[in-house]
Structures are given as C-alpha cells and as structure tokens.
Design a protein around this ligand. Structure first.
Ligand code: PMP
Length: 443
C-alpha cells in the first residue's frame, strides 16, 4: 500500500522532528491555510504556492471551494443567518467592534448584561459571567476558584486550557482515567483518608473537572456517575461544555439535558460561544454567590477588554433561535438535523470499516489513522477532492493515536455527507485505514 503513496516521502529528520514540530510545519494541512469565507458547510480555502520551493517571493494564490468537515459550526450559525446577522450588524453599528475597556471600567454594555442573563437562563443556573475567550475562561477561572491546599482531579483527556488553568492555580493535580467514574472514585478515596469524618480531610477544596463532549474523542461524559461519585465525596463538579452546549439535548442545553442530570448537581458550568453559537467567548454559570465572587476577583474580568458587543449579540440571537423565540421552528430543526447528520455519518463510516471513536449523537467523530505518517496523505488526498478535514496527533493526542477529527454540522445536507463519505472511503483505501471488514451494501 505504501507504493500508492509516492509523493509522501518520509519527512522526518529525527525522532523529535518527526513527531513534534516539523510534522506540523510540513504537512500544510488544509486548516493551516487561510480561509476566505464563513466556515459554513462549504468554504473557500486559499492555497498559496510557489514553484521554487518557497525560495522566491513570487507566489500564486488559488481559492478552492471545499466541503468543510472541520469547523465547530455545529448548528450552522457561523454563516449569514436571517435572524442573527442583522442583529449583530446593528450592534456593531451601535457599539462599534470593541468596547475598548474592561468590564469594570466602561466595558459593560446593555448587550453584556443581557447576554449573561440569557446564558444563565439557557443553561439552567441562577447567574453567569461572560469572557472574551473560551480558552481564557478555563485558564483564568480555575486559579480563582482554587489554589495551594486545594485538589483538582482532572480527566486525563481534558483540554489544554483546563490543564493550564489547573497548573496555574497552584493546587495539587491528580488525573483520573478518561471518562472512568470508578477510577475517579479510586483517586478520591486515595486522597481522602477513608472512614475519616469529612472535616478531617486534608484538602481545603476538591474540584473534579470534566468535559461534556471530549473534543479529540467525540465521547460524551459519563456525567450521572461522575456526579454521584462527587456527591459521595463532597467534591465540586466543574463541567466544560465547549462542545456540548447547543449541540446536544432536546433544546440544545447540553449533556445535563441529554443525560437527565439536574444542573443543581453541577457546581460550575463552563462553556464556550465559539461552537454552536457561531461567535466567540466563553462563560461560567453557577450560583449567584459564585458569579458575584468571580466578578470581584477574576483578573480576566477586571483587566481584560470585554467581549465584542456584536459577538455578544450573535450569541443572544442564536439562543433565541434555538429556543424558538424568533417565532420560527428553525432552532428545533437545526437540533434535529445535527443529531440525524451525526448519527448517519458515524454509522456509514463504521459500515465502511473505519474505526470511529465517540458516541452516538456526538457531532465529533475521529477516524483513527494511528500512524502519524498517514496524516499528510489523508489530509492532502481529501483536499484534492475538495474535502477539508482536520488531522491531529501529538501533542493533542498520544503520538501513535493520530486521527482525522470530523465535525458534523446541521448545515451539511445529505448530499454533502454522501460526497464526503465517498471521498473518505477512497482515501481510506489509499492510506490503508479501514481496519474492519466493510459491511456488505444492501441491494
Ligand atoms: N474547552 C474545550 C473543551 C475546547 O475544546 C476548547 C477549544 N476548542 C476550549 C475550551 C477553548 O475554547 P475557545 O476556542 O472558545 O477559546
């Protein structure tokens, strides 16, 4: 099979080069390229090339319309929308692109207060606070919630923003096996001397951090079991819903709604606006006391410029559409569509013999490549046929667990998905990643 891969000569110089920086530098994955349109179901990828090994400055640009299988545009709001876009434009005209000020100075507009009320209501918590970036929401909030003398127990596959927030907090960090409540319990038991009254436990505070849907795995959190372990050991639950809010649950309210968990049992609900809502920023939702405390103490609230009013308006409008408050049924249709699309695509890939990670209903579906050397071929061969995929390996995943991480959107049509399946199937044969026998096609 490797004979078919001429043109993908070994790109390694040594171990470190191959497996880390140079691999990414040389792949020129389609998502490393500029994009010249909205990240909707189809988008324009700009290829820049020179025919002289980059030695001349003379470069040619080519725009290619590609089927987008990589953006987190789960509900299709990251495109012109009849309800959201005019409202975001009005906000842009009224407030300008930036508040040029932190929240506690001149950076709280009426749109910001409306956004926080709207998010709190939507996720089912008494209050919420919004930040300009999802990454910063995790990395800046954890150090405010906990410090030296505290214990963070983190899922082994948590996002880098959580890892950095945990490290920056100064708390002790323990990791539990990915999405395994029994191992979480084991770690908790080791940390709290068994049989002792709670008041004698050695930690000032314990926070267990999990994600709603894991971004590199497509797996849905085993939240009901995790919540019950945390209740037993009186640990706080911190839930990052970056990929689940808006994407799963009957009304898009995330994994609590999907799995029937009472939001009162999740102490800190974190999420981002950068996926399902087609905007930017992040939020923390929780009790009034918690949010009040964060507003007085969190440096990212006190010292950073607030989220752009137009971006905030986009989120409010998207939530209104999801809840049908725009007077249409588009929100419900989008939610039904993302579920249908995700389940169809996952089951078709599995029938073809691919190893696909993740759970039903999850719009993230990693196709396992394993060997990172297969990344360039997979990505480029798909792009040649106008299908843009994201491929990942170390450090985002373990070294030999490279994968193509497909993200499905409600804006993909059935024809889009069928085209994508045809291309992925051909490329899968070429690079040799159909690890299971294909299911015979029904006549
Ligand atoms: N948490 C998780 C689980 C993520 O996957 C991401 C990024 N995709 C973030 C937080 C950071 O969010 P943002 O991209 O909105 O900064």
């Amino acid at each position: 099979r490797t004979n078919n891969l001429q043109g993908y000569a070994p790109i390694c110089l040594d171990f470190e080069d191959f497996y880390t920086r140079r691999l990414y530098l040389r792949i020129q994955d389609c998502f490393g390229r500029p994009i010249s349109s909205a990240p909707d179901a189809w988008f324009d990828v700009v290829e820049r090339y020179s025919n002289d090994n980059n030695k001349t400055l003379k470069r040619t640009e080519k725009r290619t319309r590609c089927l987008n299988l990589g953006s987190y545009n789960y509900l299709g709001f990251a495109a012109s929308d009849e309800y959201c876009t005019p409202r975001a434009i009005d906000s842009l005209k009224r407030f300008s692109a930036s508040t040029c000020s932190s929240r506690v100075d001149g950076g709280t507009t009426t749109v910001h207060t409306e956004l926080e009320e709207c998010v709190a209501n939507y996720v089912g918590k008494p209050a919420a606070i919004a930040f300009g970036m999802g990454y910063v929401t995790n990395s800046a909030i954890l150090p405010v919630l906990i410090g030296k003398g505290g214990l963070i127990i983190s899922d082994s596959l948590n996002h880098n923003s959580i890892v950095n927030g945990a490290r920056g907090s100064g708390a002790t960090i323990r990791v539990f096996q990915h999405n395994t409540p029994s191992h979480l319990e084991k770690v908790l038991r080791e940390q709290i001397a068994e049989g002792q009254p709670r008041t004698h436990r050695p930690w000032k505070k314990i926070i267990v951090v999990v994600e709603g849907i894991y971004s590199m795995e497509g797996e849905i959190c085993r939240l009901p079991e995790i919540v019950s372990v945390c209740k037993k050991y009186k640990a706080y639950v911190y839930l990052d819903e970056a990929h689940s809010i808006g994407a799963v649950g009957k009304t898009g309210r995330g994994v609590c709604e999907l799995l029937g968990v009472d939001t009162a049992d999740v102490d800190i609900m974190m999420g981002t606006f950068t996926k399902s809502f087609g905007s930017c920023g992040g939020y923390i939702a929780g009790s009034k006391e918690l949010i009040q405390y964060l507003k007085y103490t969190c440096p990212a609230h006190l010292y950073a410029t607030s989220i752009s009013p137009a971006a905030a308006q986009q989120i409010i409008s998207a939530i209104k559409v999801i809840l049908g408050e725009d007077g249409s049924s588009r929100g419900a249709q989008k939610l039904a569509r993302i579920r249908e699309n995700s389940n169809f695509f996952r089951s078709e890939l599995q029938k073809m013999g691919f190893e696909v990670l993740g759970d039903n209903d999850s719009p993230i579906m990693p196709i396992m490549l394993y060997n990172p050397a297969k990344i360039p071929a997979f990505s480029r061969e798909c792009l040649k046929q106008n299908v843009a995929v994201v491929t990942v390996t170390f450090p985002a995943t373990p070294l030999l667990l490279a994968r193509a991480r497909i993200c499905i959107s409600a804006s993909h049509t059935r024809e889009d998905l069928i085209k994508a399946l045809e291309v992925i199937s051909q490329v899968g044969d070429l690079v040799g990643i159909k690890y299971f026998p294909a299911e015979p096609k029904k006549q």
